[in-house]
Design a protein around this ligand. Structure first.
Ligand code: FES
Length: 106
């Protein structure tokens, strides 16, 4: 399955992702600039902040409990599509999902 990450400067990176893998893990394991994932996915850092493309927002779904509290600590502006990428797990339904990356995570 495929995920497309689009950096704040417009750089497009496509990566292969296994089912069940989080989008944070996918980005980090492929050295995608713009996602750090400092806490390893335990919802303690907000350095995996991303913006789900509007066309995919419904399929990806809403923020999980506690995400918005943590996103308040994110360095880049929180927008309607803001999610913690460690909380988005890859499924067949999300094949081809487009994720935009914030300008900064730290
Ligand atoms: S990796 Fe730390 S909150 Fe997502």
């Amino acid at each position: 399955m495929k995920v497309t990450f689009i950096a704040a400067d417009g750089t497009v990176t496509e990566v292969e992702v296994d089912e069940g893998q989080s989008l944070m893990q996918a980005a980090v394991s492929h050295d995608v600039d713009g996602i750090i994932g400092e806490c390893g996915g335990s919802m303690m850092c907000a350095t995996c902040h991303c913006y789900v493309d509007e066309a995919w927002a419904e399929r990806v779904g809403a923020q999980q409990d506690g995400e918005s509290d943590l996103l308040d600590c994110a360095v880049s502006e929180v927008r309607p599509g803001s999610r913690l990428s460690c909380q988005i797990r890859m499924t067949a339904e999300l094949d081809g999902v487009v994720i935009h990356l914030p300008e900064a995570q730290l």
